[in-house]
Design a protein around this ligand. Structure first.
Ligand SMILES: CC(C)(COP(=O)(O)OP(=O)(O)OC[C@H]1O[C@@H](n2cnc3c(N)ncnc32)[C@H](O)[C@@H]1OP(=O)(O)O)[C@@H](O)C(=O)NCCC(=O)NCCS
Length: 210
């Protein structure tokens, strides 16, 4: 059961002042969960770099705000750095534990899908830690993702082997049409963009997700 209908929150683009809250939400899931394979919570500074790397590529990094603070966030990162993957993104979504099951995850993911579709991306991949991560698997199912495979026991966390569940959905026309390859969407333009970002922010990886 969900009390989502009665719970009020706002979705916004993330801002520099959100980094501490974002880091605190992520730290909780790093410490107690298997959804991420990270084992040591990164500091807010690392989350800032991650956010900036996402934004530098023109991808969305959004937060959900309720009771005056950030209670969840979601972003899209490039799925892989090789240029042929440039129309495919990977989503990441984390909700503060005391605000789970109130419709925030669904709202963030729905908006992320809309925005990535509008940007011209064609596929979104979810890389979900743990076959028993029912919350994330169900959330992605309800957002139109289909299971595409399980990598058994590729992780080891909290003293046990952990599967990686891969799910995927099309964005926009998916593979039904070829991408509109404008000058700024060519392979050369993509590589140039990555180089420019790496030069400007040498400590940032444009692929924000581990
Ligand atoms: C997965 C996660 C983002 C879901 O966010 P949320 O705000 O709690 O989800 P919502 O309230 O929007 O739920 C949307 C739907 O997802 C499914 N769902 C969410 N939590 C669930 C749970 N604990 N058990 C079963 N289904 C669940 C339901 O289908 C739900 O719809 P319903 O409430 O109408 O039944 C959140 O649990 C989370 O942060 N998990 C840990 C981090 C993680 O694994 N992130 C994904 C890695 S990329």
């Amino acid at each position: 059961m969900s009390d989502a209908a009665s719970f009020r929150f706002m979705l916004c683009d993330s801002a520099p002042g959100d980094d501490e809250n974002i880091a605190a939400i992520y730290a909780h899931h790093v410490r107690v969960g298997l959804g991420t394979f990270k084992e040591v919570p990164p500091p807010a500074e690392e989350m800032r770099r991650r956010r900036e790397a996402v934004l530098a590529l023109g991808l969305p990094f959004m937060v959900a705000v309720a009771v005056g603070r950030v209670v969840g966030y979601a972003y899209a990162a490039l799925y892989r750095m090789r240029s042929a993957y440039r129309f495919t993104v990977e989503d990441s979504i984390y909700i503060a534990p005391d605000f789970a099951r109130r419709g925030i995850g669904r709202a963030l993911l729905t908006r992320l899908i809309e925005r990535c579709s509008a940007l011209g991306y064609r596929q979104m991949v979810a890389v979900i830690g743990d076959s028993a991560n029912t919350a994330s698997i169900r959330l992605h199912e309800t957002a139109g993702f289909a299971p595409i495979g399980v990598q058994p026991a590729v992780g080891f966390k909290h003293g046990r082997w952990v599967d990686c569940v891969l799910m995927q959905r099309t964005l926009g026309a998916g593979a039904a049409t070829l991408p509109k390859v404008a000058a700024d969407e060519s392979e050369e333009a993509f590589e140039a963009k990555l180089k420019k970002i790496a030069k400007a922010k040498p400590q940032s990886s444009p692929k924000a997700k581990e």
